[in-house]
Write a protein that binds this ligand. Sequence first.
Ligand code: C2E
Ligand code: MG
Ligand code: MG
Length: 270
Amino acid sequence: MLMPTEAFFKRSLANNILPGLESGEFSVYYQPKLDLVSRKIKGLEALARWCSSGIGWISPAEFISVAEATGEIVALGEWVLFTACQQTRNWQKNGFPDLSVSVNLSPRQLEEKNVVSRIEAILAETGLDPHFLELEVTESVFIKNSLQALEVLRELRELGVRLALDDFGTGYSSIGYLTAFPFDCLKLDQVFARSIHIPQTQIVIRAMTRLARQLGLVTVLEGIESETEMVMAGHLGCEQIQGYAIQRPRPVDKIALILANWRDMEGKAI
Ligand code: C2E
Ligand code: MG
Ligand code: MG
């Protein structure tokens, strides 16, 4: 059972999400993903941030679950998607033509009847080519209605959008999802980065990257915090990494400089 103060806090978050969205309290931060082979930043993950006028900074771990429970994730998620597509198109026009963006899609959003047409409309309005958009879902999307989720994911893929399975390796992590659903990318959960120095973890990562490659999926290891972890991720077959070792999620005005710095370093040792 929730403690009264926790229940009060969650209710207060729930009541403030839509007003906060309307009054500009939300923003999108971007975290680069590094391709270990080309040493290029090929894409960014868009992550929602909320600085509430009453409470201050609130972690996504708190507000995303509340927004998911109340259904407000539909409006919030759509705003994040629009903002990220528009911003990425801007960066593409300003010196980074191949940049792609990954946006998290919650199970609740996938249940919306018109989700595919809404995403199509956002791509058309922002002018972002669908190939530069990746949608990240976790296996939780399959738990309630896998047949509907499969159908929606197929339709999204037909638009040309890429699909990633996020936080893989925790929960049920059914290998069946990888064969039954049309994913392009497998994002291994941060727990593997945390214990990458342990031989058993290395065996598991190597097995997962090999499996993913044979199924035609790109593997990303999330949560890489040091250069040692980065080198090990490469040795264990991960094609891309994401984490504080490369860059923390940053606000929009910092990204162009970060991308330019990486482009200038291309091919050089990190
Ligand atoms: P996620 O999609 O797995 O995103 C990665 C999370 O790991 C982000 O947390 C990021 O800041 C954090 N992270 C990245 N590198 C490192 C690292 O090296 N070390 C550590 N310790 N953490 C790292 P964040 O931004 O707090 O987001 C948490 C989760 O909230 C996300 O996990 C995602 O599931 C959800 N989320 C965030 N924005 C959105 C959104 O716009 N829509 C939806 N549906 N979910 C979102
Ligand atoms: Mg994600
Ligand atoms: Mg993740």
